[in-house]
Unconditional design. Structure first.
Lengths: 335, 139
């Protein structure tokens, strides 16, 4: 079954054609060079979904070398996200489904991240303990089978990706902060400063990263600028270790508590070098399988939405034209 | 209340008391701008005010999500314009509908919209020697 999927929940406009686990195209607006739009879009601004949706969908079909009439079903993110952004994608897909007389389904963005990981796994052993980490989300989910989720922890303030971006800003390192801190940290000493790890020893599985960000700010204000710049790599390494260690420790502890056979990581921060390294090490040490996504399926993309849709279509589920967009859509199991 | 009104907070419980005062002052339809450096506690203040209003949704940082909507005794819009680079980007978010609604609207990093708002409260949080000076103004 060939699916055309669209994702417009936040910054990116993305379209993909996917068949099974075979990604025929996965176009992401910020990654396309300007020339492909023939000057129609002067700046590839974030969230310009209305201007970008047609060229991005056309590009996805062209790259996959198929026409709209060969598509068997459509998929679109209908939450969580920005309501205005979600509505552009949802209404576009509703229109396509109606005019092509093919089914469509609304997909939860977080569920999409999960399948962005699973789409490259050969052999999935449930239950899987999923750590979903991005600029906007930090979440632990027990997945007992396909489309079966239980959220066991979330952040109480900042998402971990946001903590990276804001810490980079505090340290004057630029944007996006995640990759910058990650590469600097590789050259530093993670034991240089002991930054706080919120809820590290608590039995619940919630997170908090706001205090860590403030701790870096306080540290920076207490020291001379020269000292900060001389030790930047080690400050980044110490910050990164504090953030990632708490994620990994709680993920492994949750995996044991919920008798998971595997742990998995998804979302933009799943591209972080240390989270990958530590999860791989700790999973092995604890006799758990470990699934990590390919880099191209970490940040927001439509292939992950299309892959999720296949699970629903395989169970004869589809959405009706009355489907709405929900900015705070919760991740729930399919029944 | 006379404006500007200034509080000093030396602790979390001080900030919680200030939040409680603010939660009785604010009425549906009010717009509240929040200014202060990264880590000064803007989101914390919104969280605490929302607790007083028995908001059931999770109140978290909207920096990445840009706009969050909560419901409880009072409807709340929680915006963060930190990542917005141009006012044109805002137009796509439907933010004006929210500002002129019956909800209380909190806006973190509001510099871009302040000149185009008619009436609002403005809270400044200054971090000084480990304590916070919280100033409330009204326009």
């Amino acid at each position: 079954m060939k699916i055309l999927a669209l994702e417009t929940s936040c910054d990116e406009t993305s379209a993909s054609v996917i068949e099974g686990n075979n990604v025929l195209s996965n176009i992401i607006s910020s990654q396309i060079v300007h020339s492909q739009f023939g000057g129609v879009v002067p700046e590839l601004a974030s969230r310009a979904h209305l201007q970008l949706v047609v060229p991005v969908v056309n590009q996805a079909l062209q790259t996959a070398q198929i026409t709209l009439s060969q598509i068997d079903g459509f998929a679109v993110t209908n939450g969580p996200g920005l309501v205005g952004a979600l509505l552009v994608g949802l209404n576009f897909i509703k229109g396509l489904a109606l005019s092509c007389n093919k089914p469509f389904i609304g997909i939860n963005h977080m569920e999409g991240h999960i399948y962005g990981n699973l789409l490259t796994q050969k052999n999935i052993q449930f239950p899987v303990l999923f750590l979903i980490v991005s600029g906007g989300h930090t979440m632990l989910v027990v997945m007992r089978g396909h489309l079966d989720y239980e959220i066991i922890g979330t952040t109480r303030d900042d998402a971990v990706g946001e903590a990276f971006d804001k810490t980079a800003k505090i340290l004057g390192l630029g944007y996006p902060g995640g990759p910058i801190i990650d590469s600097l940290a590789e050259k530093g000493d993670e034991k240089f400063i002991r930054f706080p790890k919120a809820f590290y020893k608590d039995t619940h599985f919630d997170f908090s990263f706001s205090g860590l960000k403030t701790a870096v700010l306080t540290y920076k204000n207490k020291h001379e600028p020269d000292f900060i710049s001389e030790n930047m790599a080690s400050i980044c390494a110490s910050f990164r270790f504090a953030a990632i260690d708490v994620l990994v420790a709680k993920t492994i502890r949750a995996a044991k508590k919920y008798n998971a056979k595997a742990v998995a990581v998804a979302g933009g921060v799943a591209a972080n070098v240390l989270v990958r390294r530590m999860l791989a090490e700790q999973s092995q040490k604890n006799g758990l399988d470990y699934y990590q996504p390919k880099f191209e399926f970490c940040s927001d993309n439509a292939a992950m939405i299309g892959r999720t849709a296949q699970e629903y279509f395989a169970r004869n589920k589809a959405s009706g034209q009355g489907l709405n967009a929900f900015p705070s859509l919760k991740l729930v199991s399919a029944n | 209340m006379n404006f500007p009104k200034t509080w000093i907070s030396n602790s979390i419980s001080d900030s919680q008391k200030i939040a409680q005062e603010l939660s009785t002052l604010l009425m549906p339809g009010d717009v509240v701008l929040l200014e202060g450096t990264l880590g000064s506690g803007k989101t914390f203040l919104v969280q605490e005010i929302c607790k007083n209003w028995h908001i059931e949704d999770d109140v978290t940082s909207p920096t990445f999500t840009l706009i969050q909507n909560y419901s409880g005794n009072i409807a709340v819009n929680h915006m963060d314009l930190y990542r917005i680079e141009a006012i044109e980007e805002l137009d796509q978010l439907g933010w004006e509908d929210m500002v002129y609604s019956d909800a209380v609207t909190f806006i973190e990093w509001p510099q871009m919209v302040e000149p185009i708002l008619n009436s609002y409260y403005k809270i400044n949080i200054d971090l000084k020697d480990g304590r916070r000076e919280i100033t409330l103004n009204k326009k």
